[in-house]
Design a protein around this ligand. Sequence first.
Ligand SMILES: Cc1ncc(COP(=O)(O)O)c(C=O)c1O
Length: 413
Amino acid sequence: DPGVLRHAGHSAGVSMQMERTSAGRGVRHCDKRAFFVADLGDVVKKHLRFLKALPHVKPFYAVKCNSSEGVVRTLAALGAGFDCANKTEIALVQSIGVPPDKIIYTNPCKQISQIKYAASHGVQLMAFDNEVELRKVARSHPHARMVLCIATDNPRSSAFLSVKFGATLKSCRHLLETAKEMNVEIVGISFHVGNGCLDLQAFPRSIADARLVFEMGVSGFFFPLPSTNQIAATINSALDLYFPEGCGVEIIAKPGRYYVASAFTLAVNVIDKQEVPLDPPESGSKKNILYYINDGIYGSFSCIFFDRTCPSPVLHKKPSPHHPLFSSSLRGPPCDGKDCIADGLELPELQVGDWLTFENMGAYTIAASSSFNGYQLPQIKYIMSRIWFVGAYMPIGFTLFLQVILINWFFYK
Ligand SMILES: Cc1ncc(COP(=O)(O)O)c(C=O)c1O
């Protein structure tokens, strides 16, 4: 079983897998292990949408967000670049044939052995934000093409990266001069507005800062991207202003969640339940039920910790509108009190063996999960939804269309 369901839609794919899992076996005996359904068609659509929304920007997918094989192979086949944070991620994308010029090594603080690894594997494009890093690169990677990572001013993000990485504008001139003295080539500027950036103006502000550093003497430009058309429009107008077409600057983006969040749906099973007193006692709701499911915050729900998301379940068995709702909580399987997925959900009463699905589970879920307490990680079942609307993107090029066909062929051959 190659684990690929042909041309199924998201929810159809999830249901088909659930039926396969239970088929021919009584509920009591079957192994209802949690699993993901990953719709690679959704990833392809995101890629086409990206190229349309930001025609002058090349996407370099941030591997850290979700490094599952189907996603990486699909994006590689579509010709996307890759943002890798270390040797393991570089090795992963190179193992499927991604050429070194499609890789940017973005961690600004690298271990010397890993800088040498990048050098011996032809990866030249690398980020830095301090002088010590420049010295390490000068000694270990004579052909490095460095990108200066600048800090952004945007505390309105769910994970504000500039508390850890990024040179201040004040220090940039000194860093550029030091690089020149050391004969290290600086080819670009990068910034990250933070994960889940809500402030639209953070983009033009950072693009303007990048322009400022450019004036100090650099020749490339990079940034990461969230997902709305409104943000794309803001970015495009800032690019037109500060880096107009034909100015000779290549622009790349490093989107992670944009590509994968909506492509992955997680299906989990209720493995136990108990009634607990409400705290504080509430009138109206008759029961408060605690459900234990077979995945938790040490597994795919690690996104609750790392990404501050609040997953909300969809019931596989559709309840009748007359079923009463009860205050419900979800807990993961390990013997650990912190494994709390959700509280205060209003759900009809569920039974052991019932399936729950969680949508938008592709970003920072599998990537940050562990097998703590001996629990198995969910398998991934790939599907490829039809890409009907490719026609609407024809101006992007017939080549892309052919690439999509190639991916289909690759997965179903
Ligand atoms: C350097 C770098 N680039 C890109 C990304 C991708 O960000 P996102 O998944 O929010 O698009 C990250 C995520 O933290 C990052 O650290």
